[in-house]
Design a protein around this ligand. Structure first.
Ligand SMILES: CC(C)(COP(=O)(O)OP(=O)(O)OC[C@H]1O[C@@H](n2cnc3c(N)ncnc32)[C@H](O)[C@@H]1OP(=O)(O)O)[C@@H](O)C(=O)NCCC(=O)NCCS
Length: 264
């Protein structure tokens, strides 16, 4: 979508958030993309779940094709000790998070900079995200993350004034098996945005996704009481992630559309 102040951006795309705000341009111009040796442009738009999405005609008019639809979901954090006790149970592998072997994994959380020993494991998990999460028709390549890149990313978030909550699960050998990370906005300060959640393939099916997300929410509720809302985005066909978020109380708020345009 364009705003009057953005029209001079030509074919750049800006996105409307469900709250009606404006996100920064999300698609560089074709010249920049070609100069980088790339040939696919990707842009995203968001709209309320039941409302019209003016980004649709805008994107189509600029030659973009819908490549993936995601649900934007919101969790309002209850100010309730019972809710926190429930999260504690889930994080420990009890209740809805119960699996055959909850004691085989250690779930640990860190606020802001994670321990030095985590970076390598975090990078290994993060490297899987682009290809393991449902991508629809998006032409995504495998991403390469190493410890240095991972640390740069989190440090950049912190330098922007954000707070970062990270939870990981470790198997009996001490290897990282699952990771979730969210960042708290500076504006508005009551909103946290979910980033990575991933369980490595060989560790799936044990509800580790639910355990790490519950532990991370508990960290936020305990250490960052200003946070009242957490927003997340999941592809409509990502049944396991949607199931996890449903248990945690996330509710449908909007739709995110990823658009793709191939340059001739
Ligand atoms: C999403 C993810 C973290 C969940 O991993 P996990 O904790 O091992 O998940 P589980 O296999 O234990 O299943 C969690 C829930 O999803 C359900 N589920 C699992 N596979 C499913 C499938 N193919 N279809 C429908 N439901 C499924 C499970 O039954 C379970 O629900 P339940 O507790 O009501 O029984 C994992 O699949 C993953 O890493 N995916 C790739 C990365 C990704 O998509 N991240 C999110 C990006 S937005």
């Amino acid at each position: 979508m364009t705003t009057p102040t953005r029209r001079s951006c030509g074919s750049r795309c800006t996105q409307a958030t469900p709250a009606g705000g404006w996100a920064p341009p999300c698609s560089p111009t074709p010249q920049v993309v070609r100069a980088a040796g790339r040939h696919v442009l990707v842009a995203s738009s968001e709209a309320p779940y039941d409302g019209p999405d003016p980004a649709v005609p805008f994107a189509q008019a600029h030659g973009y094709v819908l490549a993936r639809s995601s649900l934007c979901r919101l969790l309002r954090l209850p100010d309730d000790p019972g809710w926190r006790a429930g999260l504690r149970d889930l994080a420990a592998g009890r209740g809805a998070a119960a699996s055959a072997d909850p004691d085989d994994y250690l779930v640990e959380s860190a606020l802001d900079l994670p321990p030095q020993a985590w970076w390598e494991g975090m990078a290994a998990v993060q490297s899987r995200l682009a290809t393991d999460a449902p991508a629809g028709e998006l032409d995504l390549e495998e991403e390469h993350w190493d410890a240095a890149r991972m640390k740069r990313w989190v440090t950049t978030l912190l330098d922007m004034g954000r707070r970062v909550a990270t939870t990981a699960a470790f198997d009996a050998s001490g290897s990282m098996a699952a990771l979730t990370l969210l960042a708290v906005q500076t504006t508005p300060p009551d909103l946290a945005l979910q980033n990575t959640t991933l369980v490595l393939r060989e560790h799936r099916g044990r509800r580790l996704g639910l355990r790490v997300k519950a532990a991370n929410l508990l960290l936020v509720a305990t250490e960052l009481p200003q946070v009242r809302r957490v927003r997340t985005w999941n592809a409509e066909d990502n049944a396991p992630m949607l199931a996890v978020n449903e248990v945690l109380g996330f509710r449908r708020e909007g739709v995110e559309r990823d658009w793709q345009r191939r340059l001739a």
